[in-house]
Design a protein around this ligand. Structure first.
Ligand SMILES: [Zn+2]
Length: 154
């Protein structure tokens, strides 16, 4: 049986057979049959539930697609923010991060920046911020659509 998922439950037993050889040295044979009784299929191909905690489903679905297209690691440096965290991150007051509609992705060089941007655009993101150390992407419909802006990472 082939399955993809996180094994959440299994049972195992250890059978041990100890025999004594004619030399007097004990011989131990052990077998460990494992029976899987349950597993959960992860919701996202590239993100754990912890990485995307509190984020909008549509946002994460598009991010998952973008990550597949990009073929480079996506490291979320900022997702859902509290108002205090947003202030500390010098985010704008109406930040989409507060609504769980935005992520910032770390960018290490121009090659990964290109791959990330291609992935985001192919995945249908129409609100993208390009900064020297990160890319912002959001699915906030209350803001202008089909925009790419630039800024300075704080
Ligand atoms: Zn952002």
């Amino acid at each position: 049986m082939i399955f993809r998922g996180l094994m959440t439950e299994f049972r195992s037993f250890v059978y041990a057979v100890i025999t004594r050889r004619s030399t007097g040295t004990p011989s131990v044979r052990m077998s460990i049959p494992i029976e899987f009784t349950g597993y959960t299929v992860p919701k996202w191909a590239f993100f754990t539930d912890i990485e995307v905690a509190g984020l909008d489903n549509e946002l994460v679905a598009r991010l998952d697609t973008a990550r597949k297209v990009a073929g480079v690691p996506f490291r979320i440096t900022s997702g859902l923010r509290t108002c205090a965290a947003n202030e500390a991150a010098m985010g704008v007051e109406s930040s989409s991060h507060i609504k769980g509609l935005a992520v910032d992705l770390a960018v290490s060089d121009s090659v990964s920046r290109f791959a990330i941007l291609k992935g985001l655009i192919d995945a249908g993101f129409v609100r993208i911020g390009v900064y020297e150390k990160h890319c912002h992407a959001d699915v906030d419909l209350s803001k202008p659509q089909k925009v790419i802006w630039t800024g300075i990472s704080h």
